[in-house]
Design a protein around this ligand. Structure first.
Ligand SMILES: [Cu+2]
Length: 234
């Protein structure tokens, strides 16, 4: 008698949605400066779909090889205000002359504004986060009806990493990479949790939401767009 031994079924890679921002209650001018959920577990090899879902506010979806968002910011973005990019490669603001400009204007650091690799990040061609370097979407605006997405395949070793927005201190989420076969909430359960969290944020947290919010105004200026941001606190 022959007994067939079935090979172990290879785990099927899954795609998890991580939401940036959320629509404020109708009529409110602010945005939620947070990721939903705050902690996302994925298997090594899974893909994360970072999905903008706010109104008009710019964010980046940036994966960094650190389990401590605030420490990474301190080391790589500096204390706020214009910084020398040779000291703080991911500073939000830099003096124009340090990035090839010719005046004393303060600019958004091109490293923050642009994607880490413009050839990837779509659902069909996700970027790869291997746990050693920064992978970033670059600056993208929430646009109802046409929200940006940024897909990343996570090949990093088992461990804890961070998704953060380079613009908004405090806007960050832990990414926990677990070994294949480890039981974690499936994508549908994560989506349900996010839906609940957004509902609670919009309905119950309204009185404190202004503290977490900002407004943004976009003004056309001679072919360019001036973006004015009123930042809230954290
Ligand atoms: Cu942001």
């Amino acid at each position: 008698m022959t007994i067939a031994i079935q090979p172990a079924t290879a785990a099927v890679a899954q795609t998890f949605r991580l939401q940036l921002d959320a629509r404020p209650p109708v009529g409110e001018p602010w945005s939620f400066l947070r990721f939903f959920p705050r902690t996302l577990k994925v298997h090594q090899g899974d893909t994360v779909n970072a999905a903008w879902d706010g109104v008009g506010t710019p964010h980046t979806a940036t994966l960094v090889p650190s389990d401590n968002a605030n420490a990474w910011r301190a080391t790589n973005q500096g204390p706020g205000g214009p910084q020398d990019p040779s000291l703080f490669p991911w500073a939000l603001q830099v003096p124009d002359v340090t990035v090839g400009g010719d005046d004393n204007q303060i600019d958004v650091d091109p490293a923050v504004a642009r994607p880490s690799d413009p050839t990837c990040g779509t659902s069909g061609n996700p970027c790869t986060f291997d746990g050693t370097g920064v992978v970033s979407s670059g600056l993208q605006f929430s646009t109802p009806g046409s929200e940006p997405h940024f897909w990343t395949n996570v090949t990093a070793p088992v461990g804890t990493y961070t998704f953060l927005c380079l613009l908004h201190p405090g806007m960050q989420a832990s990414l926990k990479v677990v070994a294949g076969g480890t039981s974690i909430p499936p994508p549908a359960a994560v989506n349900a949790k996010v839906k609940h969290q957004v509902h609670v944020a919009r309905t119950s947290d309204g009185s404190v939401a202004d503290d977490l919010a900002q407004t943004v105004k976009r003004t056309p200026v001679g072919g360019n767009t001036r973006v004015t941001i009123w930042a809230g606190g954290f």
